[in-house]
Design a protein around this ligand. Sequence first.
Ligand code: ADP
Ligand code: MG
Length: 670
Amino acid sequence: MVADFRRRFWICLPLTLGVVLLSQHIQMLVGLSGIIAFPGDRLVEAALASAVFFYGGWPFITGLSSEVRQGKPGMMTLVSLAIVSAYIYSLAVLAGLAGEVFFWETATLILVMLLGHWLEAKSVLGASGALQALVRLMPATATRLGAGGAQEELPISALKPGDLVLVRPGAKVPTDGTVTEGSSSVDESMLTGESRPVDKTTGGRVVGGSVNGDGALTVRIDRTGGETYLSQVIRLVEQAQATRSRTQDLANRAAGVLTWVAIAVGGGTFAVWLLLGAPLAFALERMVTVMVISCPHALGLAVPLVVAVSTELTARNGLLIRDRAAFERARALQAVVFDKTGTLTEGRFGVVSVVPLGAGHDETSVLRLAAGLEAASEHPIAKGILRGAADRGIVAPPAIEFRNLPGEGARATIEGSEVEVVSPGTLGRRGIAVTDARVAAEHQAGRTVVFVVLNGAVAGAVALADIIRPESREAVRQLQALGLRCMMLTGDAKPVAEQVGRELGLDEVRAEVLPHQKSEVVQAIQAKGLTVAMVGDGVNDAPALAQSDLGIAIGAGTDVAAEAADIVLVRNDPRDVVAILALARATYAKMAQNLVWATGYNVIAIPLAAGVGMPWGILLTPAMGAALMSLSTVVVAFNARLLGRQGEHRLATLRRDIAQAGATAPAVAA
Ligand code: ADP
Ligand code: MG
């Protein structure tokens, strides 16, 4: 369909140009009457216009017949009525009817319609500007380093994971990989919206499509083809554009209504002028002007253009929308539920103290068992314990039969014994009470405490500290300023949760919530009639993300396959939740404005086109009608464009560097 509209547009363009040049009306308008004139020129003009009418107008005429067959006259019907009336009227004038031909109006009308439908089809098919901008980020070639340092220029499709590539200063990083040599700063702004260049040295991850700074880098390739970050983003955008937009449905319905209005007013105009004794040509001209002016063409573009702009804006800034309808719902959010670890806090735990609790255990033996178990876990606490053990020079023993206990801890067999690391809540549910002053003190200090259990008996406790992100405070403050209720859910113990809650000024905090209970809490909030978003790192928050009205997975980094979420935030910044809300509102406002621009002018233009202004000497010609109609299209397109700039500006203000503004000291510091 895209290709069809494109071809028709490009073929009709020179034909229309011919019609316009030959038009006596245009020549008169520019004050060059008779500049192009030759015998039979009127017939050539008519022939060119006929070619445009039959070839370019064909999709609309067939659209008319299918709309009529479905009993749902819409845009196609009106477009067809307008061009058919204009064309037939012009033929009649050519055949001797008194009046002025409006071949050029017919031709330009069709051309504008073709262009509009071409653009529209592109946006619907996901091949819009948004995608092209992303696809353009994809580099074409890479320099592969062979044995002995030989350099070879290759298309990126020839790269394989494990290959070494050279990224020269200023060049694009060809695909996702890890730096093995060199250091540089890399510009990732086109991918994640991170405005400042990110420093990369050996071991750093780089993303295909980002732009290298001043240093040369040797990169070992990790992912290629469809698995790269950029390919995943492109796929997400494609899928999102295929999801239904409620506002687009609204626009289509409005176009349907406008069609009836136009048909009724057009027919009415024709009849009234005839009854008033006006000549047929005059009545017909008024009718066609009404049809032309009320073409819901701008209406067809109003929403898709905004969608295209907002999709590109969000995708380029690391705010990936998987479901457009959910994004549209975001503007009406009333509550936001945050996960704690890794979302509001950095999720980078440091071991503060180890408390041996059982006979025969000391700090080292407790941490050693914990480290052995956690080696197989991906949990932030596990990583903290491993770091803590390594810092103390403890070698972790091998573990087998590792099992995750979601929201509770983990279990494995080490040296023939069953070892568990679990939350205080889990111990409580097992009826085990730990009454140790040192543990109580750590709790009181707001530390995260986990217990190491050996063959069912508590061997010790590990207290860890996490850091609250300074951005979290800002995000909560801004959301509250917008009238939203901010909540936190965590599987961690109550004292930690309450401290974080106080620190951030949260409206409500729930502790010791198991993963499946998180979705129940979300459900309970929804039962109160609130539209709620859930923000989590997507690991054990999946049920809650799916249950919420708007599931937001945060900190996905370059791995964007967060299946349960409606929106994936690439960066680990809670302020991006505010950004989503702000952009959803801005996008909606733009759509609404565009719908008004696309239809509102009709309130004045249709009566004028019908000839209501006659007593005051105001009479719109079909040409003026077409100009007005096109003007409204231009306004709509321009307005959609503005969203891009306004959105960029809004994002920049939201994400301004708060570290420089003297960010408050970490609340729970190691
Ligand atoms: P959150 O809701 O804050 O993201 P989780 O649901 O992941 O936290 O975990 C809840 C609690 O379960 C943690 O605070 C911790 O006590 C315990 N826990 C979960 N997984 C682990 C693990 N691998 N090691 C130690 N403790 C764990
Ligand atoms: Mg979590």
